[in-house]
Write a new protein. Sequence first.
Length: 141
Amino acid sequence: MGDEPITAEQPLCASGALLERGKAVVFDVMLWRAPARAFALRFDGRVVCYINRCAHVPTEMDWQEGQFLDMDKRWILCSIHGAAYEPADGRCVGGPCGNGRLMQIATTEREGTVYWYPSRDIQPVVFDDAGPESPAPESAP
């Protein structure tokens, strides 16, 4: 398999796990070959998904895991400096994020499941199923 990027869709969660303007599903990805967090939430009936990293200062934005929306549930809000983002497209609408935007991850939803799509820069975390090598059994004297 080597360093070939994964392009196949990745199952994320059941559709019912994402309630309208509710708690996000947070998950791990590899961003530019380094560990990062991402999140998906339902906003105006559709699933949106972004890297959990503020455009102002690259820090995770949720004030509690999965909590990204402001009190009125209108904007994605960075809990550190108050940068506000439009949930539909991730563009900055207020605060210190300037003309920045959140890094979007493509998603689809079908048959009760939400999927996300890797890109050149955003890849799934791959675990080595082999596990640690077992020590050789000791031979009898």
